[in-house]
Design a protein around this ligand. Sequence first.
Ligand SMILES: Cc1ncc(COP(=O)(O)O)c(C=O)c1O
Length: 408
Amino acid sequence: MKIPGQKPDPRTLRPATQLVHGGTQRSQFGETSEAIFLTQGFVYESMERAEARFKGDEPGYVYSRYSNPTVVMFEERMALFEGAEAARATASGMAAVTASLMSLVKAGDHVVAARALFGACLYVVEDLLPRFGVSSTLVDGADLSQWRAAMRPETKVLFLESPTNPCLEVYDIAAIAAIAHDNGSLLVVDNVFATPILQKPLALGADCVVYSATKHIDGHGRCLGGVILASQELIDTHIHAFLRQTGPVLSPFNAWVLLKSLETLPLRVRQQMQSAERIADFLSGCQHIRLVRYPGRSDHPQADLVKRQMRGGGTLVSFEFAGGKAAAFAFANQLSIIKISNNLGDAKSLITHPATTTHQRLTPEARAALGVNDGLLRLSVGLEDADDLIDDLGAALAALDQHGLAAE
Ligand SMILES: Cc1ncc(COP(=O)(O)O)c(C=O)c1O
């Protein structure tokens, strides 16, 4: 209950309010919208004040690679909404993934990750970490016995994304966090596909959450960004020093864009998800499409787990043409509103053929193991009217029939 005259604790505010007001620091001008502090450095009134600031005896900013007021507003808003003690923003989602993993391990350590990772994350785990003496094991993320079997005394970090890209598999975050903690390890979750609206990995037991803010958090296809959320201790002892000294930090301008986007995140994700649900139902009734994967449908293999750990099926739908690559290409080439792009989480609906784009670096065997077949398309549902999107999909399917392109 609000006590008259007393400022409410922002943690007690409801989520939509936190996303509009959380973290706001007004300058002496009392601006309504958050200010962009597009500055590299800060000036001091005296040498003594500079010395005190550097020693940490006086609070304040020193240099924008360490921290910046606009970036801090974004970090605080994200931390508040995620329910995390602390957050650090990064230049991109990959900077968040790389910084969180690199700062938690040292030579001789071991990382276990789900095999179904975004391609660049797979590079970090499989190629980059081993160069610095950190070994890794990839497991089928849905099989808890594989996680357990992969644990070693030197396993420091478990890493997964859920739902996965592009097959939208869902992993049991609470169970995998328990496996990590039994072994004295930490669980890092890439929560991009679920968005902070639909899934809270920290509340499920994860130790660290990373986002590509480039996706739904920006939501308008404009700027790259990322964020790492964890306990104050983890941020202070590992993440902050790594970012401050190596420099993959978020620019104040991009932080401002992302701050403004957070204000509308719940509205956008809810709307995009409603359309995705309708589109998944529409596609599952269509000839030529042999499989529709959507976490919000009752035919999803982990439908019960989705109900337990997510607040909805998300904004992405994957579907597979019986006619393989030829049918998938012919279909996507007929779309007019839905654009061909490997990006996701945009207000514009985007479709991609993972086997020839995001997952083309993998061998055909590795793709097959992940279920990335040649007929698979991934649709990121945007903010257009769902009826227009369904008309676009329907017209492209009809064109396949007309030209005899759907055959297996
Ligand atoms: C699941 C996932 N993690 C991480 C990233 C990397 O994000 P960014 O492109 O912002 O570096 C992406 C997308 O690019 C992604 O889809």
